[in-house]
Design a binder for this molecule. Structure first.
Ligand code: 4AD
Ligand code: MG
Length: 397
């Protein structure tokens, strides 16, 4: 029998004569995933996985399992249908342990730096990142939306707490079926009074390095189960992450990858990946074209076609893990942008009040927890790193 608990797997030998006959009978009847309580003697055995074996002297079956539906070589779709059972697998167990380290590290990173945790509503009447990906919710006789971001409410919170953070479920009705998009994901965000673009870029770099260090400290065994090259992560933890501008990125794409992107176009997944071919650590890209950015991102007066914003991209095809910016304090500009998008400007008056009743420069960013965990674990698909994924095609089980 192979035993499994949270610490790993252990090979056992159940031999007639070493335990009462009725217990031996039960052992022969217990199918895979039956629950048992076992007593025995631990023996060193070089051939056994983990180097040890348990010789069983007593066994009681707590639950005789029915035939387990998951066998070898099943399709990803089948495994997603069986997600409630598949999360018991060794691979998923290791990923979930790493995820727990990552979320724990996010809390400790910000708390150690004096940030307060601040909560925003999940039901929000406004958009933050564009109306097309909002999930509409019936709200009594009215309608509202599921949160696309904590940010707009965080901008209210900094006037009492100055430096705040949060991590919570975030919703986007993404029409794309990529290995990077979930409809429900967890975003870890921060917002800070008095910080400018370069300040928050530094916090973002420190945060990612801190998280990688925590995973290296706590999850070596899990990285091994996932067959990850630990030395790569160690190098990343000790490296400076480069910062380039969007315009530099286009130059690199042209010179090194032979890709000619027109200035002003957003970087798509393919272009991000081609750019990241040139790097082994995460890279921060700043100053994207103003026009393709969200309404709250301010113009850079020194380079007026660009916004004071940034993305952090991960290497090896994991794409954008962080997005952030300074926040505009120009009510006229934001009103204009919202009008262009067809938004009801009345709904944003409370947000504009944050610029009317005392305002200070402030900035923030959001980190996609699953994107980061997927990159650390080198998961094939973002769906592998959240217990129960929700996507365009799936909201069960
Ligand atoms: O770049 P985004 O859209 O930024 C914001 O929402 C800002 N309001 C955050 C802020 O400044 N407080 O999203 C932030 C990050 C992305 O970089 C990405 O990692 C992740 O959230 N993300 C997704 N992850 C999984 N599935 C999706 N559909 C995601 N959309 C964004
Ligand atoms: Mg973004």
């Amino acid at each position: 029998m192979t035993l499994r608990d949270v610490t790993g797997v252990l090979q056992t030998t159940v031999k007639k004569g070493n335990l009462p006959d009725s217990e031996f009978e039960d052992a022969t009847k217990a199918l895979i995933e039956s629950s048992v309580k076992i007593t025995g003697t631990v023996k060193e055995d070089k051939r056994a996985p983990g180097g040890y074996e348990l010789q069983v002297t007593g066994l009681s079956v707590v639950n005789f399992a029915e035939p387990f539906p998951i066998t070898k070589d099943q399709s990803p779709e089948f495994l997603l249908d069986q997600r409630h059972l598949w999360i018991r697998s060794r691979k998923e167990t290791s990923i979930l342990k790493i995820r727990s380290t990552v979320t724990g590290a996010i809390h400790s990173f910000f708390r150690e730096r004096g940030f307060y945790e601040f909560d925003a509503p999940v039901l929000q009447p406004n958009q933050c990142e564009g109306g097309s990906t909002l999930f509409e919710v019936k709200y009594y006789e009215d309608k509202t939306f599921l949160s696309q971001s904590w940010q707009l409410y965080a901008e209210a919170g900094i006037f009492s707490l100055e430096r705040i953070y949060n991590m919570g479920p975030t919703f986007r009705a993404e029409r794309s079926k990529t290995s990077r998009h979930l409809s429900e994901f967890w975003m870890a965000e921060m917002e800070a009074a008095w910080m400018d673009l370069s300040d928050v870029v530094q916090v973002a770099k420190d945060e990612v390095q801190y998280i990688v260090e925590m995973v290296l400290k706590n999850n070596r065994k899990d990285l091994e189960v996932l067959k990850q090259d630990v030395s790569k992560l160690e190098t990343i933890a000790g490296s400076e992450f480069p910062t380039i501008t969007y315009t530099d990125a286009l130059k690199i794409l042209k010179e090194k990858e032979g890709l000619d992107i027109e200035w002003g176009k957003d970087l798509r997944t393919v272009e991000e990946d081609r750019l990241m071919n040139q790097f082994t650590t995460p890279v921060v890209v700043t100053h994207y074209p103003l026009e393709i950015m969200a309404f709250y991102k301010p113009r850079d007066e020194k380079d007026p076609k660009t916004a004071r914003c940034f993305d952090m991209l991960a290497p090896e095809g994991y794409g954008e893990i962080i997005g952030g910016s300074e926040r505009s304090t120009d009510i006229g500009y934001m009103t204009e942008r919202l009008r262009q998008m067809g938004e009801k400007v009345e709904n944003y008056q409370w947000y504009f009040d944050l610029r009317r009743f005392g305002s200070v420069p402030h900035s923030g960013y959001g980190l996609g927890v699953e994107r980061l965990v997927a990159w650390i674990c080198k998961a094939e698909n973002i769906k592998d790193v959240i217990p129960f994924p929700r996507t365009l095609l799936r909201f069960r089980p």
